[in-house]
Design a protein around this ligand. Sequence first.
Ligand code: HEM
Length: 551
Amino acid sequence: PSSSSAGGGGGGGAGGPLLSLSALFGRGGGQQQQGPTPEVRVPLNNVGKVPIFQLLYELYSSHGGVFRMRLGPKSFLVLSDPGAVRQVLVGAVDKYSKGILAEILEFVMGNGLLAADGEHWIARRRVVAPALQRKFVSSQVALFGAATAHGLPQLEAAAAAAAAAAGDSRGGGAASVDMESFFSRLSLDIIGKSVFDYDFDSLRHDDPVIQAVYSVLRESTVRSTAPFPYWKLPGISLLVPRLRESDAALAIVNDTLDRLIARCKSMLEAEGSIPMPASPSSPSSSTATSSSAPSSPSAPLEESSAPTVLHFLLGSGEALNSRQLRDDLMTLLIAGHETTAAALTWALHLLVAHPEVMKRVRDEVDWVLGDRLPGSDDLPLLRYTTRVVNEALRLYPQPPVLIRRAMQDDVLPGGHVVAAGTDLFISVWNLHHSPQLWERPEAFDPDRFGPLDSPPPTEFSTDFRFLPFGGGRRKCVGDMFAIAECVVALAVVLRRYDFAPDTSFGPVGFKSGATINTSNGLHMLISRRDLTGVPPPAPRAPAAAAGAAAG
Ligand code: HEM
């Protein structure tokens, strides 16, 4: 095996490693036989200088699709080879677990689907996945459009200020809008309504529940980039104020979720849709974080019969205790929020940098929708916009690195031996950016996936070169939901506004947390789009028009 030393330089942006490298130290081995697998030693002091996905990309170009990376006493197998990745995600999936992910995320999502393994995962997936299927996603399209429209006044205010500033001879300045924050709030509003019928309304106001959600999300990011799992030390939260704050924030979020579950249960019980429980549920009172939970300071929860994932879970007939339900809801909130927000952020960034692509998106939106908000029947027609989202996810996969741990010995294509206990990084970033796997990998080219009337790209249709939603049985359960949300949100804002980077904030940069964020926001100057000369939308067939009206 070859051996070399990797520098940590190069690439843009500050920020720590995506994953808790040192949190892996001291856990099971994986350092036995090397075989044909190249090996690279990375000095520990290089860890954290660049985001881990950038470091892995540099090493990939010199060490190939399967290499072992040694960091201090620990080693990891880094996979950027489609055949090896396919084996781990599909062929030999039973041999691999989620490894440290469960430890990092346990505090917030308990035993929820994302980090669970084995029998528990099978049981959760069987209940959660059907809730997010196509029929449900179709029922949410109107909500995606309405939620986006609800945020338009903020963009309108910025556009009006810009128009006023342009006519102001004294040279008044126009304020830009941080579209990363806009999309983060939009996706929080959407996931809250769709999953458990909670109206965060975070695009319009801030309240303690919203702050609590962001505090919990920040803590997940901090833990995933921490040098070691210090939060497990006894009594540590007495010493670290941030941990106390995050406990309090978690208590607020848990309390809100418990009340939403209780409300939904009583509505369904009143309808006779689920059996009455033997005693009223107060799940959070059994947990340390929630026993001292203050009442949620949010407005009282109103009755609602909107279709939500929670309704589906409660109506599924499975015997779910409230703790499990809360873990599932929290998992969906975390898995579905930042990922989608990041996808929208980078899609807009790319579109603004590529006017020719922007023009084609707008031509499509103008033709399909005009000023109408999208209905579910419109989505199949917004094909180019969908390809734009696919391509944005290729260039900015969220998350850029997946993690696994081998539970049994395995041998990957090419004879790479994986000993039980080995921790693996699957670099989706490398797969998506590889010059060996893609022509002009750094180009933003939504046409690269083939004709627009061909099926959308999947991990199988691309031979595991493209896996923005993972692959195999652990594939994202929210993929259709996420694509639909992104397409709708882009269509609604791009029809109405022009965006130009506010260069006074400097380059957009990278920062890695659980997803790839900008280093300083996506600040855009906004103006009303000039629709002079834009043709009206195409006439719709009666069935499609009826569907859209319903939406
Ligand atoms: C899993 C990406 C949106 C819920 C995953 C995985 C990826 C991913 C790559 C696989 C992780 C692994 O194999 O280790 C994305 C991206 C999204 C997105 C890029 C947005 C653009 C959503 C949404 C939801 C969601 C909207 C829920 C409404 C989940 C869940 C899992 C998951 C529950 C775990 C599935 C399992 O382990 O069985 N996602 N996701 N995701 N995602 Fe998403």
